[in-house]
Design a protein around this ligand. Structure first.
Ligand SMILES: Nc1nc2c(c(=O)[nH]1)N[C@H]1C(S)=C(S)[C@@H](COP(=O)(O)O)O[C@H]1N2
Ligand SMILES: [Mo]
Length: 241
């Protein structure tokens, strides 16, 4: 037994019992977090926060959305460190004018678009989310694409790359999203920008996009494509076709 003082005056309590209660409480909290797919790491580390800037939208126009808390981060080397202040999206290659946009410019200089689109990973899982961002063709239009360009190579802050045909990106109104389910893209899930490569396999949905390079190299292979995955990546076909 030990004597302790608190604002109610002198009290005695069994410290051993107090410790036992604390252990049970911590176990209960950790089981709850586990059931919600949240890890202690998510909460206490500041590189992969789950803090959201608003309340996620989980149903939109009658469609159920996948919660961000249930997403899987499938990246080659984990989320990169991003400095929002110095970040720019750089547009170069076969363009009339090289451009770069800050994060604020991306959200203020282009019309915003929203759309519910489902991501399908080759591993067999999928996630339906409400995306908000800018149209690829609006950005491309500002840079002025040269006639020879037929391919667009996307580069990301973690070193990942992938390429898509210019025609696919423009004719399908493909978006670069800065929000999902109504909240800013979390660091783990592509902040500041993720390509919403509708009707393509997940490996074309490049996250943490930092550079858009216009090219005439139709055979350019990105990170996963080099490992043998289909460069076309059409969802209607197998990912090795
Ligand atoms: N920069 C970058 N983007 C990436 C990847 C990656 O490793 N690095 N993985 C891709 C793969 S294989 C999938 S399935 C999706 C997963 O997206 P999500 O984390 O939003 O669920 O991200 C894609 N984009
Ligand atoms: Mo994937």
């Amino acid at each position: 037994m030990q004597t302790v003082f608190c604002h109610e005056g002198e009290k005695t309590m069994d410290l051993k019992r107090g410790f036992g209660v604390l252990v049970v409480l911590l176990l209960a909290v950790s089981m709850f977090l586990n059931s919600q797919n949240i890890s202690f790491g998510d909460i206490f580390s500041n590189d992969t926060p789950v803090t959201l800037d608003g309340v996620q939208i989980l149903e939109y126009e009658g469609k159920d959305l996948t919660s961000i808390l249930n997403l899987r981060d499938n990246s080659i080397s984990g989320p990169p460190e991003i400095d929002t202040v110095s970040y720019t999206l750089n547009i170069n290659g076969l363009v009339g004018q090289e451009l770069s946009f800050t994060y604020d410019e991306l959200r203020t200089r282009f019309n915003p678009y929203t759309k519910v689109v489902t991501l399908h990973c080759v591993e067999g899982w999928d996630a339906t989310m409400l995306w908000e961002g800018v149209l690829f063709k609006d950005i491309a239009g500002m840079a002025g694409i040269k006639g020879e360009a037929d391919t667009v190579i996307f580069h990301a802050l973690d070193g990942y790359t992938t390429a898509l045909s210019l025609d696919y990106l423009i004719s399908n109104n493909i978006m670069l999203a800065y929000k999902l389910n109504g909240v800013t893209l979390p660091a783990k899930y592509g902040f500041p920008l993720q390509l919403v490569a509708e009707s393509k396999w997940g490996y074309k949905w490049i996250k943490w996009v930092s550079q858009i390079e216009f090219s005439d190299d139709e055979n350019y292979l990105g990170t996963w494509e080099r490992q043998g995955y289909s460069n076309d990546a059409d969802l209607n076909k197998g990912f090795f076709d």
